[in-house]
Design a protein around this ligand. Structure first.
Ligand SMILES: [Ca+2]
Ligand SMILES: [Ca+2]
Ligand SMILES: [Ca+2]
Ligand SMILES: [Ca+2]
Ligand SMILES: [Zn+2]
Length: 390
C-alpha cells in the first residue's frame, strides 16, 4: 500500500488545494539548505481537482514504476477534465445492492452541482461490483467475500478482508467498500471509520433483522461515502438532526432522503446552507429563512421528542415548539440533543474533500485521516428519530 512510483515527491494541484498552498508556502520560506541542490518538487497536474493526476487519467497509473500500467484509468472511463470517483464494492452473500440502487447512486453524483473543466457539471462515479451487476458495474474488482455476520473489531476485520480481496495497486485510485451484515454487535447501518478516508462498510443485514429497502441502501451508501469525502453529520460539525441541514449526512434523511416540497425525495448531499438556526430564539414565521429552502420540506424535534415533517415548504412558517401556532419566537431544542445552541448548516457539495486516505496523487492532494470518534446510526437510533407525533 502507498507505494509511490518514484522517489520524487508528487504534489497534485486540486480545486481546493489549501494544503498545497500551505506546502508551497512552507517550501518557499524554508531555508535553502533544507533541500539538497538536486531535489525538485514535481507538481502532478490535476486539472479537475479530483486528486487523480492528469497523467494517470490520461495514460493510466503505474503503481510500482516498472513502466507497466497497473490501473488503466482511461480504459475505465476517467477523464482529466471531469471529476471521477472510483469505488470497488465487495459483498457478503445477499447484501449487494441491486443494479437499480447502483443506478440511483451514480445518478446522484452525476447531478451534483459541481463544475468541471470540460464545461459539464457533476461527478462521474465508477462503481465496481465485478460481474455481479452487469457490464456497467464491472471494472474487474468486485467479488463476494466469506460471510461474517459480525465484523469485530470492525475496522481491522474490514481491512483484513480488503487486503485479501483488493488489489493493492488500486489503493491510490479506488475507494473500497463492503456490503456486509453487522459489525461490533452494534446493529449500526454502516461505518467509514474516519473522515476523510478510503474505506467504508454498509451493514444492514439479517443479524439485526433490518428490513433493508432500496432507499436505505442508496442513502446509507451515499452517507458513508460522504464520510470518506470529508462530510459530517452536521456539516461543519457532528451535531445531528439539524433541521437546516438538508443532506443524507443528517440522520433525519439517511434512509428516506430529503423530502422535496413538490413530492419525492433527494438522496444526496446538501447543495446550499440556509442561515444558522439559533435554538434560543427561533422565529417561527421565517422557517429556514432561505429562498432555496422553498424547494424542500424538513424535519424537526418537538419538546416531547417526537419528530415532525413540515407539511409545506421549509421556507414557510414552522411551529418549532409544537404548540399549535407559528407566531412564536421560540426557545426550543429542535434537534433533541438536550442543548440550546446555534445550528450551522453546510453546502456539502462545495465542501467535498477528494483524495481521502490512500486515494490520490500523493503529497498535498491526499486527505488527512482523522479519527473523530465516528459512531453511526443504529436501528434504535432510527426508531427513536422517527417517533412521530400527530
Ligand atoms: Ca478526472
Ligand atoms: Ca474485490
Ligand atoms: Ca409555535
Ligand atoms: Ca439542540
Ligand atoms: Zn455517519
Amino acid at each position: 500500500m502507498g507505494r509511490r512510483p518514484r522517489s520524487r515527491r508528487l504534489l497534485a494541484i486540486g480545486a481546493s488545494s489549501i494544503a498545497l498552498a500551505a506546502a508551497l508556502a512552507s517550501a518557499a520560506t524554508a531555508p535553502a539548505t533544507a533541500a539538497p541542490p538536486t531535489a525538485s518538487i514535481e507538481i502532478a497536474t490535476d486539472t479537475d481537482g479530483d486528486s487523480l493526476p492528469d497523467a494517470w487519467e490520461t495514460s493510466g497509473y503505474d503503481a510500482n514504476g516498472d513502466g507497466v500500467i497497473d490501473v488503466d484509468l482511461p480504459g475505465m472511463g476517467a477523464s482529466p477534465t471531469k471529476k471521477d470517483i472510483f469505488v470497488e464494492m465487495d459483498y457478503m452473500s445477499g447484501r449487494l445492492a441491486s443494479a437499480t440502487a447502483l443506478d440511483r447512486i451514480v445518478a446522484v453524483f452525476a447531478a451534483a452541482p459541481v463544475s468541471n473543466p470540460d464545461g459539464t457539471t457533476g461527478i462521474r462515479l465508477h462503481l465496481d461490483a465485478g460481474s455481479a451487476r452487469g457490464a456497467t458495474y464491472n471494472l474487474g474488482g468486485g467479488n463476494e467475500v466469506p460471510y461474517d455476520s459480525n465484523l469485530q473489531p470492525a475496522e481491522s476485520q474490514t481491512l483484513s478482508i480488503k487486503s485479501a480481496h483488493f488489489d493493492a495497486d488500486r489503493a491510490a485510485v479506488f475507494y473500497y467498500m463492503l456490503w456486509a451484515d453487522d459489525y461490533d454487535g452494534s446493529c449500526s447501518s454502516g461505518n467509514a471509520f474516519a473522515i476523510p478516508n478510503d474505506t467504508f462498510i454498509v451493514t444492514m443485514g439479517p443479524r439485526c433483522d433490518w428490513t433493508v429497502t432500496e432507499d436505505m441502501n442508496v442513502g446509507t451508501f451515499i452517507h458513508e461515502l460522504g464520510h470518506n469525502l470529508g462530510l459530517r453529520h452536521g456539516g461543519v460539525d457532528h451535531t445531528n438532526y439539524k433541521p437546516n441541514y438538508l443532506s443524507v449526512m443528517n440522520y433525519f434523511f439517511q434512509f428516506n432522503g430529503v423530502p422535496k416540497a413538490a413530492g419525492g425525495a433527494y438522496f444526496g448531499y446538501s447543495d446550499f446552507a440556509p442561515p444558522a438556526l439559533n435554538e434560543g430564539s427561533l422565529r417561527e414565521g421565517l422557517g429556514l429563512n432561505s429562498t432555496e429552502a422553498a424547494a424542500w420540506k424538513t424535519k424537526w424535534k418537538c419538546p416531547n421528542g417526537t419528530t415532525r415533517t413540515t407539511t409545506g415548504t421549509a421556507n414557510g412558517a414552522i411551529d418549532w415548539n409544537c404548540d399549535g401556532d407559528t407566531t412564536d419566537t421560540a426557545r426550543t431544542d429542535v434537534n433533541d440533543d438536550n442543548r440550546i445552541r446555534t445550528l450551522t448548516a453546510q453546502d456539502n457539495w462545495a465542501s467535498i474533500v477528494f483524495g481521502g486516505g490512500s486515494v490520490g496523487g500523493g503529497g498535498a492532494s491526499k486527505g488527512v485521516r482523522t479519527d473523530e470518534g465516528l459512531s453511526e446510526m443504529t436501528k434504535q437510533d432510527w426508531l427513536n428519530a422517527h417517533r412521530h407525533g400527530h
